[in-house]
Design a binder for this molecule. Structure first.
Ligand SMILES: [Zn+2]
Length: 54
């Protein structure tokens, strides 16, 4: 029972980690970009940053 609860809690945290810092949208590419490039952006924000770097 405890194991199931922990698993659910972990999934909730992973969900939070998938929220883009730029547009606040939830996307699974956010966590991938965080691992790959070190910033929490979704793919569409990543592309706009690449084309228009601030
Ligand atoms: Zn975004």
């Amino acid at each position: 029972m405890v194991e199931i609860y922990k698993e659910k809690e972990r999934n909730e945290k992973e969900k939070l980690n998938n929220i883009c810092e730029e547009c606040r949208k939830e996307d699974e590419s956010v966590s991938q970009n965080l691992i790959m490039h070190g910033y929490k952006n979704c793919d569409s924000c990543k592309i706009s940053k690449t084309i228009f770097p601030i």
